[in-house]
Design a binder for this molecule. Structure first.
Ligand SMILES: Nc1ncnc2c1ncn2[C@@H]1O[C@H](COP(=O)(O)OP(=O)(O)OP(=O)(O)O)[C@@H](O)[C@H]1O
Ligand SMILES: [Mg+2]
Length: 286
């Protein structure tokens, strides 16, 4: 397969169409725009981004710093409303956070005063699950993530990789159909990162989640995603929406992987250069 052929395999146009047809998008993002502030100081973070994500798809949002990846993810999560356009979950407009979406952040958002077990079961207690039922879920999810021997530890006594496992376990325990992940492995060393990427792919396949995963890393996006959405630097617009045509497990050393990596690198570098220019002329606010 030639690399040109690879990049032509854009996500089908139908994928960004109606969300009302059977099997339609679980997450429908229609002309999403977001402006922070007003007047002279206004920052257009997102402009007219449309993506329809079917249930079960693993989507990576890719782009340089400041291109609006977190803004879009936070809008899907319901943390920060759009200023234009709409996002619907299974046809229902997103107006606030909900149990159908779980978020994992880069900075291990755990409760430091709670043990691993308490962190994992926190959301279950809030939901009012019976003790025995919550116990069973905590045990199963801890087993899935290799945390069974760490349930009594506090976050400060765990490595970054283990803390991120707990963050994923907390979300998985609540079993939302959609997992939103904002550079969750960005702070990890390369080996731990690869291990957690593999764990995430296993969990995604086993639990059949829809995942929207933000990353700066082109290799991470190609390794993980069914589909990669590349955003432009300010305003964040859709630059490319492509299906990754590689079967799993993916070989990062293969010719096809590296051809795709080179082509995506060229796209991302164009935006990175716009970011760098903006930064050097003092117009970047990141
Ligand atoms: N609360 C805010 N107020 C003003 N501007 C904001 C706010 N949040 C984000 N921005 C701006 O919106 C743009 C997009 O920010 P966003 O955080 O979504 O980018 P990002 O792609 O996630 O970047 P990074 O890779 O650095 O996390 C940036 O220019 C940023 O400075
Ligand atoms: Mg971000």
């Amino acid at each position: 397969m030639t690399s040109t052929a690879t990049l032509r395999r854009d996500a089908p146009a139908a994928a960004s169409a109606s969300a009302s047809a059977p099997g339609a998008a679980e997450i429908a993002i229609d002309n999403a725009s977001k402006v922070f502030g007003t007047g002279e100081g206004a920052v257009v973070a997102l402009e007219d981004v449309s993506v329809a994500i079917p249930g079960g798809q693993f989507v990576c949002l890719l782009g340089p710093s400041g291109c609006g990846k977190s803004t879009l993810l936070n809008a899907i999560a319901g943390f920060s409303p759009l200023t234009g356009g709409a996002i619907r979950m299974a046809g229902r407009p997103v107006t606030e956070p909900g149990p159908d979406r779980g978020m994992v952040f880069q900075e291990y958002a755990l409760f430091p005063w709670m043990t691993v077990e308490q962190n994992i079961r926190f959301g279950l207690d809030i939901k009012g699950l019976a003790r025995g039922e919550a116990d069973a879920i905590v045990a199963r999810i801890a087993g899935t993530l290799g945390l069974s021997d760490f349930l009594g530890r506090f976050p400060k006594d765990l490595s970054g990789g283990m803390r991120q496992r707990v963050a994923i376990a907390r979300i998985l325990a609540l079993d939302p159909p959609v997992m939103l992940m904002d550079e969750p492995f960005g702070a990890l060393d390369a080996l731990t990162r690869r291990t957690l990427q593999d764990e995430l792919l296993r969990i995604w396949a086993e639990y059949r989640k829809t995942i929207v995963f933000v990353t700066h890393s082109i290799e991470e996006a190609i390794y993980l995603a069914d589909r990669i959405v590349v955003l432009t630097y300010r305003p964040g617009r859709m630059k490319r929406d492509l299906i990754v045509p590689l079967s799993r497990p993916r070989d990062t050393a293969s010719t096809e992987f590296n051809a795709l990596k080179r082509e995506l690198a060229a796209l991302v570098m164009e935006e990175q250069q716009r970011y760098t220019r903006a930064e050097m002329t003092g117009t970047a606010v990141d």
